[in-house]
Design a protein around this ligand. Sequence first.
Ligand code: ADP
Length: 480
Amino acid sequence: MRILFISSEVAPFAKTGGLGDVSAALPKALAAEGHDVRVVVPYYRRVREAGHAVELVVPPLDVKLGRRILRFSTLRAPLPGTTVPVYFVECNQLYDRPSIYSGDGDEHVRFAFLGWAALRIAQQLGFAPDIVHSNDWQAGLVPVALRTVFAWDRLFAETRTVLTIHNIGHQGTFAADVLADVGLANAADQLHQDELRAGRLSFMLTGLLHANAITTVSPTYAREIQTPEHGVGLDAYLRGRRDVLFGILNGIDDEIWNPSRDAYLPTTYSADDLSGKEDCKRALLESVGLPYRRGVPLFGIVSRLAWQKGFDLFFEVLPALLRQHDAQLIVLGSGEKRYADLFTHLAKVAPRKVAYRNAFSEPLAHLIEAGSDLFLMPSRYEPCGLNQLYSLAYGTPPIVHKTGGLADTVRQFDPRTGRGNGFTFDHFDVRGLKWAIGNALDLWQHRGVWRRLQENGMREDLSWRRRVKEYTALYRKLVP
Ligand code: ADP
């Protein structure tokens, strides 16, 4: 099949979270299955500044979007380690900015244009996609564009569309008067009329009404987003489309996230021989200036600091944990100030126990996954979550709130049967998290059982090789 994959992030070029990892690993896995996949992503300032070798495929041309004339050219580079082409939309007017998501007044244009340009690139290449796979709100207008603005082009006559929801908390909702700006002035009759009357245009809603199929990144999240509690206002629409809504778990790219070959680790290790993990712990503690003390459990966190991630529980839980237990904590993450302030404060009052890095660091993220003994991820909601998967693969049992993809991938360890791969709590509250941490610390004392717990996670097949088959089965159902 020919697949055009459109995303606002693709690792290693542009990544702020899980979307970047998935938008690299899934196309790679699809290509390994023999499909012709082309990925399209903006040429952000940071991609240019990183100096990736790219070649010019189509020289600059001016295109009209609403009232704007935008100059864009098409660049190309392979996805590292593959022959999958990544096409970069170079349009400095829109993408030459300090960050991937700008919050500027023309954010709707920046991402509407990504979709438009992706379809233009397909035209330039004469690439007739069987599937156009859009990701999140940023590519949400593509299905309706194919039905309206691009409907004249026979190239897309057989094309079917898939929209993947990576996080329904971000919907790309703008004032309805942006219609002309995003090139849909003549397509208003195809949009949700009540929404337009209410003065809104939502990229995500438009996408999920027009896509031939909708996927999200775990079966539990697929159910949750159909409820008022988790649907963030879109649940009724999702219930209306439940026949074409599927939950497919993310996998991990085990050429990148694999303790037995991870280039960021001082010593590699595997389920058969975990001795290198202790070296990683020592190196990790040293790199952040904490003392290494044998037998003292080390908790790790790698995360965007956002409300979604459940860190509000930490204000009460972490001070108590550090007071009552001999334990250490390393946190890597940036985002909302109140959480950054909490971690900064903890590191100040317990300098031998806590270290906090307010940064985005791929090497440190890998070292924390490997060097920690436990991984903390108490998300309020979690569409899939990748970090708990990485921690399972690295023998670092995760402690998670049982929600979304966390519920689908982490199973409470039962010392009697020796089954399970981590620690879960059902209710999002301080008691729940404290209970799960207490549970983990109790088990930590029993080295043999602990080893079993680690192995359970490490021996699971969490790779995309398994997951990708669900996507290809879905694509096949859609293609005429
Ligand atoms: P989300 O997509 O909601 O941010 P996921 O768990 O799905 O959460 O994916 C997060 C990804 O982003 C992981 O690859 C994680 O390692 C990475 N990440 C998050 N924060 C940082 C950071 N500060 N430094 C390095 N990597 C980070």
